[in-house]
Design a protein around this ligand. Structure first.
Ligand code: GLU
Length: 424
């Protein structure tokens, strides 16, 4: 991704405000109970901790850690842990609210949470990262719990960090609690299919949307921004469906080939190139703005938030956007995309495959019996198709965008939950 995009300031100063902006539109459209609206505007718990870590150079560094529980109305809070330099209170609040809505859209028995540590994992040694992760777990020992708050990977974290968190948590509890965290490596209680799940969800959502648009996947082209856990699996799975991937990119470079990029070759390249696309030869190098506005049918932003600004939206040529990242589109860009008649499958639906298979992992941990990858994928696909259809139906019923349709789908369930539990 080119620097000017990666560093461009969000048009909305506060990400949480940008969640509230969409919540307001949805609340008005569906006439949401005003008490429910008030509850959802205020995350139920926000924990901030200072984490002293002995660095390899013998000096102590103190890191900021957060965990925000947005809601537990539909069940224990669920959501990832992010390691990045821009982690802050506002961001975890926004991301935790999106988790509440995402879990509700995907019909999972969860509320929403999100955590993060302000750090640059690429500049830390494995030992430093392990000490930091264990310190964070100790600080959050009263927040996390199998039926309380269940973290998972997010940007900058993976199965490796989940294994450390599980181990530290087990030591504190004095027993094995595999269900306290998802996205674990398979041998210590992870689920088959979890790694590729978010990308798989993006693929299923793309197929569902193309069907509504009467488009044949085999005659469709796509650009995928981001080549990490979400983007790389999404590109691979979309290509397996016969979609031609004309552009891919990550934070080190973006690439275009109108004849189609060999995704298998790109995956192989990344494996041997420090997990980056830098220097990839199977296409012409372009800027990240050019990737987002490239000539193609489907655009999959699967990297950072706030990359589809008003300016970028004005230049987008795709007719379908499937949001693999959380919050890739600014609220200001929404009306431009609507005006241009671009169908946007929003993040809280499009990237819910990850948390859906996290839920399956948690269920398997609870019963101590594990499914085959085929079973997991079938359950995932069926669940995603139902979620897509529910959102589509609300979108039609309220004559809204799919984003607002997805918020309405979530809010209806959460509203019912609040009323049934009577917790206000
Ligand atoms: N971090 C992922 C997300 O934003 C996964 C969360 C989970 O599996 O709990 O959806």
């Amino acid at each position: 991704m080119s620097a000017q995009i990666a560093n461009s300031p969000a048009e909305h100063d506060s990400m949480f405000e940008s969640v509230l902006a969409r919540l307001d539109v949805a609340a008005k459209t569906m006439n949401l109970d005003e008490n429910v609206n008030k509850i959802l505007r205020n995350p139920s718990r926000l924990v901030k901790v200072s984490l002293p870590v002995m660095m390899d150079n013998g000096k102590v560094e103190v890191f900021e850690g957060y965990r925000c529980i947005h809601s537990t109305i539909l069940g224990p809070s669920k959501g990832g842990i992010r390691y990045a330099m821009d982690v802050n209170q506002d961001e975890v609040m926004a991301l935790s609210a999106w988790m509440s809505f995402k879990c509700a859209v995907a019909n999972l028995p969860y509320g929403g949470g999100k955590g993060g540590i302000k750090c640059d994992p690429r500049k830390m040694s494995v030992g430093e990262l392990e000490r930091l992760t264990r310190a964070y777990t100790r600080a959050m020992k009263d927040v996390f719990g199998v039926d309380k708050d269940i973290p998972a990977p997010d940007m900058g974290t993976s199965g490796r960090e989940m294994a450390w968190i599980l181990d530290e948590f087990n030591k504190i509890q004095g027993e094995s609690c595999p269900g306290v965290i998802t996205g674990k490596p398979i041998v210590i209680g992870g689920s088959l299919g979890r790694d590729a799940a978010t990308g798989r969800g993006v693929m299923i959502n793309t197929l569902c949307a193309l069907k509504k648009l009467n488009k044949d996947p085999k005659k469709t082209t796509a650009s995928v921004q981001g080549f990490g856990n979400v983007g790389s699996h999404a590109a691979r799975l979309l290509a397996e469906q016969g979609i031609t991937i004309v552009a891919i990119g990550d934070h080190t470079g973006s690439f275009f080939n109108e004849k189609g990029i060999d995704i298998k070759a790109a995956l192989e390249y990344v494996k041997n190139n420090n997990n980056t696309l830098k220097g990839f030869k199977g296409a012409v190098e372009i800027t990240s703005a050019e990737l987002l506005t490239a000539k193609c049918d489907v655009l999959v932003p699967a990297a950072l938030q706030n990359v589809i600004t008003e300016e970028i939206a004005a230049g987008i040529q795709a007719t379908l956007i499937v949001e693999g990242a959380n919050g890739p589109t600014t609220p200001e860009a929404d009306p431009i995309l609507k005006e241009k008649n671009i169908l946007v499958v929003p993040d809280i639906l499009a990237n819910s495959g990850g948390v859906t298979v996290s839920y399956f992992e948690w269920v398997q941990n609870k019963m101590g019996y594990y499914w085959s990858e085929k079973e997991v994928n079938e359950k995932h696909d069926a669940n995603m198709e139902i979620a897509f259809e529910e959102v589509w139906n609300n979108t039609q019923a309220y004559k809204s965008t799919m984003r607002i349709g997805a918020y309405i789908t979530a809010l209806k369930k959460i509203e019912q939950g609040v009323k049934l539990k009577g917790n206000y």
